[in-house]
Design a protein around this ligand. Structure first.
Ligand code: GDP
Ligand code: MG
Length: 197
């Protein structure tokens, strides 16, 4: 799950090799897309938050639907991954904070934790960040998600990745595997080994 255009579909494609539809315009995946794979279902959830051209009422409805979906499926969810866009996250967070509101990304992360889903944060599009700026950015992201920096303390939760270049995908796979193992679902891990990268 994640905001629209952060690369959710691209990541699913990279992790599974599935021919997932990737959008050029935000808001392409407004419907939930399910991919059944060897007894595991990979679910590409609709993007939440602001989407240009999408009325506010619809954005609110998507958010409500996501909350309901997660609540009613929490027992069956093996791994929950929240994807954020490395480059746009700081700006989005600051915009919400100026209005003294909690960013919806942060809100959803806490919600996933409350549901005991042990969520992973995939910080996608890391290829767009200069290498020497990454640590500061990842510290910032952790801090906003209520995890004390330095970010490397949170390698069990945070995975900087690029669906485009494949960077960080191996680490993300390990985090997924760990959660599946904990839930005795490790046999389903083969789904995520279909592609190297
Ligand atoms: N530079 C870069 N672009 C990416 C990456 N992942 C996705 N994109 C691009 O971001 C846009 C949105 O991707 P998509 O997977 O459709 O996002 P979704 O709306 O969250 O499913 C597309 O133009 C992708 O090519 C990445 O890791 N790096
Ligand atoms: Mg999509």
């Amino acid at each position: 799950m994640g905001r629209s255009n952060v690369g959710k579909s691209s990541l699913i494609r990279r992790l599974t090799g599935l021919r997932v539809r990737v959008g050029k315009r935000p808001g392409v995946t407004r419907r939930t897309r399910r991919y059944r794979l060897d007894g595991l279902e990979v679910v590409d959830l609709p993007g939440f938050g602001f989407m240009s051209g999408v009325p506010r009422g619809i954005q609110e409805r998507i958010k409500t639907q996501l909350i309901r979906y997660l609540e009613s499926h929490s027992k069956r969810i093996g791994v929950a991954i929240e994807v954020i866009d490395a480059r746009s996250f700081p700006e989005i967070v600051e915009r919400w904070e100026r209005r003294a509101q909690i960013p919806v990304d942060v809100e959803f992360f806490h919600f996933l934790k409350d549901l005991r889903l042990d969520p992973i944060i995939a910080v996608n599009k890391i290829d767009l960040i200069y290498p020497d700026e990454r640590d500061d950015l990842l510290d910032f992201i952790c801090e906003r998600m209520d995890m004390l920096p330095p970010w490397r303390q949170w390698l069990d939760v945070v995975a900087p990745v690029s669906a485009r270049t494949g960077e960080g995908i191996a680490h993300l796979r390990r985090l997924i595997e760990k959660r599946l193992r904990k839930k005795k679902m490790e046999h389903l891990m083969r789904v995520f080994r279909k592609r190297s990268g």
